[in-house]
Design a protein around this ligand. Structure first.
Ligand code: 4AD
Ligand code: MG
Length: 440
């Protein structure tokens, strides 16, 4: 694709730049998004990485032979076009090119995706469906959100750091581990970077990553993938409030970046930006798990027994009461991971937090202060039915200069789904992996 504002050495402009130019001679190239024609004129809506643009090919202008070629053009053929651009309110993007000459670069014969196809068909043809305006808009927003996550932490003295993807132990529960044959041994795909980030905070103190995580969860829901992009942070000397503040800060930064740069993409997706604005301008309500149970009872008539984890339906009900994400803290120790630090004087609850997105998009962040007491860690692993084997390297983090620390993990596709207002998390990633789908 051509760089915006510059054009290529052959003189091609992006469609966005050609429309910015607005009048006069232009050269653009891309793919046929739509086409229709009559005996003397062919309308081709051309698509590139930036926008769409109507091109009008008249027999009079290009001659009999070339017009016959234009007449055969089908959806998704690629072509280069030279002509004159002008504003035209009736054209799909408000501009039109009167074509003087064109070259078909790659033909296309009966592109398989036509109107009204089922979500499953579109997933089978995902490699082609990526070309749709919907997927293109999502991919652009997704990229901005990755960038914004990095920008937030780079700007605050954090270092990007990477954990291995082959890991010998669990962190988030053995039942969702993917086992991998590793020569003659068995190892697992990373569920999180956490147990490899904690050792490194003793080196650099403030770390973040964006990397794939893998969960062998059989749940076929609109918010679970088996492979997702996990944006995580971990830092030394952390306190529980600071962890929540960073979670809130980075989400605000990511949403603000999308609102600033992607009005057009949100419009293509039919997503009302007003739904997102409160998440930038208003503080996220913070409540303990115990408070959340009270609110559920009083405002939603839902009774949850103290000690039970919040289920999807309860999270959804709760989220509908607010127009920003909410932060639920101090969950019962028994329902949370072994590494979460108990609240001082209250071993029954942990300094752990879940951020729950509005509009029923579910948990977008899970984080905590980390238990520093080695004996407590060991006991909690055993209580969770895990063996201590393989964790010795991790236990060393508590043996040599242990410090308070903590962090969180943010599910990129969960946040992209919410920001884009998607029906399914599958559309938040180019090639989704779920229990039933691992191709193409
Ligand atoms: O709550 P989780 O399991 O927390 C951890 O993995 C911690 N070790 C993170 C940390 O403290 N460094 O996962 C974190 C987030 C969830 O809040 C959710 O947004 C996302 O990861 N997530 C998933 N996203 C898509 N598909 C799945 N199957 C997911 N499982 C978790
Ligand atoms: Mg969680």
């Amino acid at each position: 694709m051509t760089t915006e504002g510059k054009g290529t050495k052959e003189g091609f402009l992006t469609i966005a730049d050609a429309m910015k130019q607005g009048t006069g001679a232009v050269a653009v190239r891309g793919w046929v998004y739509r086409e229709r024609g009559s005996a003397a004129v062919k309308f081709v809506v051309l698509r590139d990485g930036t926008d769409i643009l109507q091109c009008v090919i008249k027999k009079d202008a290009v001659g009999e032979e070339k017009f016959a070629e234009a007449d055969k053009l089908q959806v998704e053929a690629s072509l280069e076009v030279h002509g004159t651009i002008k504003e035209d309110k009736r054209a799909p993007s408000g501009y039109e090119v009167a074509v003087e000459s064109f070259t078909v670069v790659g033909t296309s014969d009966q592109f398989p995706i036509t109107k009204d196809q089922s979500p499953e068909f579109l997933l089978d043809k995902r490699h082609l469906w990526l070309r749709s305006r919907k997927m293109q808009a999502i991919l652009k927003i997704r990229a901005t959100m990755f960038h914004a996550f990095r920008e937030y932490f780079d700007g605050r003295g954090f270092l990007e750091y990477h954990s291995p993807m082959f890991q010998a132990t669990q962190c988030e529960g053995g039942s969702s581990l993917f086992a991998v044959k590793y020569f003659d041994a068995v190892t697992y795909l990373a569920q999180t970077w956490q147990l490899y980030a904690e050792p490194a905070i003793f080196s650099y103190e403030k770390l973040y990553t964006i990397a794939p995580s893998f969960r062998a969860e059989k749940s076929k829901t609109s918010r679970h993938l088996t492979e997702y992009w996990h944006a995580e942070m971990e830092y030394a000397w952390a306190d529980f409030k600071g962890i929540q503040d960073h979670g809130e800060g980075v989400i605000k930064h990511m949403v603000a970046a999308v609102l600033e740069r992607h009005r057009k993409e949100l419009e293509i997706l039919g997503r009302d930006p007003k739904k997102l604005e409160p998440s930038v301008s208003k503080p996220f309500p913070r409540m303990t798990y115990t408070d959340a149970l009270k609110i559920l009872k009083e405002q939603c008539k839902m009774h949850v027994e103290w000690g039970k984890d919040l289920r999807t339906i309860e999270e959804d009900k709760l989220s509908q009461l607010y127009d920003t994400p909410i932060i639920v803290t101090e969950y019962p120790t028994a329902v949370k991971a072994f590494y979460m630090k108990a609240v001082d004087g209250h071993p029954e609850v942990v300094q752990g937090c879940d951020f729950i997105a509005p509009e029923g998009y579910g948990e977008i962040i899970g984080g905590s202060a980390r238990e520093t007491d080695l004996e407590v860690l060991k006991r909690r692993l055993l209580d969770a039915g895990e063996k201590l084997e393989g964790y010795d390297y991790y236990f060393d983090t508590r043996r040599y200069g242990s410090v308070p620390h903590g962090g969180f993990g943010l599910g990129m596709e969960r946040v992209v789904s919410w920001v884009c207002g998607l029906d399914s998390i599958k559309d938040a990633i180019p090639f989704p992996r779920t229990p039933l789908r691992w191709t193409p």
